[in-house]
Design a protein around this ligand. Structure first.
Ligand code: ADP
Ligand code: MG
Length: 373
């Protein structure tokens, strides 16, 4: 679909942005270009639709040398999505989406029909959005329109230059998922520039790691993770990978539980809960072995007596080694707000609560906010 043969780009002023690049994106392939700022990703991409022209070498799209094609015709066959969205502010959403079809001379009815097909594809209700203006939409919604616009004339090839990097993490994830789905469904060839390795690993069939205008390694996500070609790639792939949520364990996030002995009085238990602001106490023996738990409701029914009289021993636990996601699932399925962690001898070593869980997950998922590049 796209082939680079020994392509170089030297900007006026002598900056060699791309250096003897050989690259191929097959039909239906999702190719991610990744590398540090200034390594030539955008230049590479812009040469595909002739927003920049190579200084030397050849680029083929669908087997045709693009330098032999009319650049305007070429561009209209290629969808293009950039970070700054680039919607026309004085045109409605429908007009923005229909921009290329209109330039291609489609009649009005066909343009309308296409707009009404496309907006739902990117999760926007046509009745609600088609007559609005870009400024009335959130960043994420605008970027959805940007994708719809890129797909409007049914291109087989879509170029995307850091399209999601200005979005908040949740919106970004959603749009990544949708883009992947659309790419599959319509067998699109996508060349996607990012500096976010998580994004590249998630989306790419092939990841092309660039440095100083050259390709350091082009490989599948799996291959890249297993066999990074050199330290540069390894470092690039390795960055932030320790934050992978699937690697977190209960021990990584558990807190110290509030406990009480079985021989203590119920009034004392209530006071302790109030003082420590917890809605239950873990009951442990003198060796810290977990015996059960007690809540204010259990106490209310009896009022007098000892913790041992009312506590419930049927308690679901995890081990400190339990993967966090599994523990979360256990809590969720059993409608629990917390899950105690016990060691092999049954000793209580920690507690995870739904709050600590959410904190841990959000930190792991999003703590790299703003530290791009
Ligand atoms: P990336 O997208 O990977 O950050 P770019 O392709 O934008 O990298 O830039 C590659 C190199 O080319 C950089 O050194 C950049 O400064 C230079 N460059 C990019 N665009 C131009 C331009 N229009 N004129 C001169 N130099 C440029
Ligand atoms: Mg760039």
């Amino acid at each position: 679909m796209v082939r680079f043969e020994l392509v170089s780009k030297v900007y006026p002023g002598g900056q060699k942005a791309v250096d003897d690049l050989n690259l191929e994106a097959r039909k239906g392939e999702f190719v991610c270009l990744i590398g540090p700022s200034g390594c030539g990703k955008t230049t590479t991409m812009k040469m595909i639709n002739r927003l920049h022209e190579p200084t030397s070498g050849r680029i083929y799209v669908n087997g045709r040398d693009i330098m032999q094609m009319n650049p305007v015709t070429l561009r209209r066959q290629i969808g293009y999505v950039i970070q700054q969205i680039g919607l026309m502010p004085h045109m409605t959403i429908a007009e923005n989406v229909a921009l290329v079809p209109r330039l291609l001379g489609w009649d009005r009815a066909r343009q309308e029909k296409r707009v009404n097909e496309l907006l739902p594809l990117v999760g926007l209700d046509p009745a609600t959005y088609r007559d609005r203006y870009p400024s009335e939409l959130s960043g994420g919604q605008q970027q959805r329109v940007g994708i719809a616009r890129a797909m409007a004339a049914m291109p087989e090839l879509i170029l995307m230059d850091e399209p999601f990097s200005a979005l908040d993490p949740i919106t970004r994830e959603t749009l990544q998922d949708e883009m992947k789905r659309l790419q599959h469904k319509y067998k699109l060839t996508v060349v996607f520039v990012t500096h976010d390795m998580d994004e590249a690993l998630k989306l790419g069939d092939t990841i092309v790691v660039m440095r100083s205008g050259k390709i350091v390694q082009a490989a599948s996500p799996d291959e890249l993770l297993r066999n990074p070609k050199d330290d540069f790639v390894a470092q690039f792939v390795g960055r932030d990978r320790t934050r992978d949520v699937s690697l977190l364990k209960v021990a990584d996030v558990m807190i110290r539980p509030v406990t009480i002995g079985p021989e203590h009085g119920l009034a004392e238990a209530l006071v302790l809960m109030k003082k420590r602001r917890v809605s239950s106490l873990m009951v442990v023996d003198e060796d810290d072995r977990l015996l059960g738990f007690v809540t204010p409701r259990m106490i209310e029914k009896v009022r007098r007596g000892r913790v041992a009289d009312v506590m419930r021993p049927d308690i679901i636990t995890a081990s400190p080694e339990t993967p966090l996601q599994e523990a979360f699932e256990r809590m969720f399925l059993a409608h629990l707000d917390y899950l105690p962690a016990v060691d092999e001898e049954g000793r209580l070593v920690g507690l995870i609560t739904s709050t600590t869980m959410v904190d841990a997950l959000s930190q792991a998922l999003w703590s790299d906010e703003g530290e791009s590049e």
